[in-house]
Design a protein around this ligand. Structure first.
Ligand SMILES: [Zn+2]
Length: 306
């Protein structure tokens, strides 16, 4: 982990050829170190990101447990408000409303190239530590089927992270522009199947085998009348194995989302919520949500599989 920093320190002592040697040290940094450096420089340059990350220190949390088997954390993250309420219009070409298209991104937002087809960006509405968005260069819809290998390559390059995918109708805030997200691992994000909600789990030492097994899961879930099965995916490396957790979905939101008055709960579950980390964006929702509400939300949005 310290290789990049050590190189930088020794370069600083030598003084001369700083720029060229720094570039050399950048090449030697692994992707996690490059992301750490991106966060450091972006927080210096970009007040919105700096404020959002500062705000995370004061996030309120509460926890529900179901025996020793399963736990859920509910967080109040007011900074997510704008991201969750972004309206996305359907369009075939680069969209003026798409915040992942290069032309629309703020000039201050810098990134790191990945596989020559994605750009890794600091997410200005973070839920996780080192929360990144990994956007394809092209403005094409969320379709994971042919991209699982790339998702696993990202997980492989980021062993301290989980990589996650929200289907277009399952929590994605940019359903028209293909992207993954990733952030630092937390134990509750690695939780698999249980009685509250379905999780189809793949584990393999071989990336190719994991991709093939995911194709089977995809075919099993796919209905002829849909572009893609409704689902969320969490992928990560654990003990040298590729892990893919697929959460099949049957609804984008629970019915409480559209209820009025005290029954209303503004929760739109995505991959993190399905794994066990719920985000609320209004204080009233955070205060009133109960263990029974969590059970009810899972029952409404998770698709049971045999
Ligand atoms: Zn776009």
């Amino acid at each position: 982990m310290g290789l990049g920093n050590k190189t930088c320190r020794s370069v600083r002592k030598q003084g001369g050829f700083f720029i060229s040697l720094l570039n050399e040290s950048n090449r030697k940094m692994n992707l996690q170190q490059q992301i750490d450096e991106l966060f450091t420089t972006q927080q210096q340059e970009w007040a919105q990101l700096r404020n959002a990350i500062d705000g995370m220190k004061n996030i309120r949390k509460k926890r529900f447990e179901w025996g020793d088997d399963f736990s859920v954390s509910v967080e109040l993250n007011i900074g997510r408000l704008r991201s969750n309420t972004t309206k996305n219009e359907k369009s075939g070409a680069e969209s003026p409303s798409c915040f992942l298209c290069e032309i629309n991104r703020p000039a201050v937002q810098k990134g790191i190239s990945f596989l020559d087809k994605y750009i890794i960006l600091c997410n200005p509405h973070p839920i996780l530590e080192q929360h990144i968005t990994v956007a394809l260069h092209s403005h094409v819809p969320q379709r994971i089927r042919k991209k699982m290998g790339e998702m696993l390559s990202l997980a492989e390059a980021l062993p301290d992270y989980i990589v996650f995918y929200n289907g277009a109708k399952s929590g994605a805030s940019a359903p028209d522009h293909f992207h993954f997200q990733a952030g630092k691992k937390m134990p509750m994000l690695l939780q698999g199947d249980n009685e509250l909600r379905s999780c189809m789990m793949i584990e393999s030492e071989s990336k190719n085998e994991a991709v093939e097994l995911f194709e089977e899961v995809y075919r099993f879930l796919h209905q002829p009348d849909e572009d893609e099965p409704m689902m969320n995916i969490v992928a990560f490396i654990e003990n040298g194995k590729y892990r893919i957790h697929t959460f099949p979905r049957k609804a984008k939101r629970p019915k409480q989302y559209d209820m009025q008055g005290s029954k209303q709960l503004r929760i739109t579950p995505g991959a993190l919520d399905m794994a066990g980390l719920f985000t609320t964006i209004r204080e009233e929702d955070f205060e009133k949500v109960t263990k029974q509400d969590i059970e009810d939300i899972y029952a409404q949005v998770s698709k049971q599989v045999i």
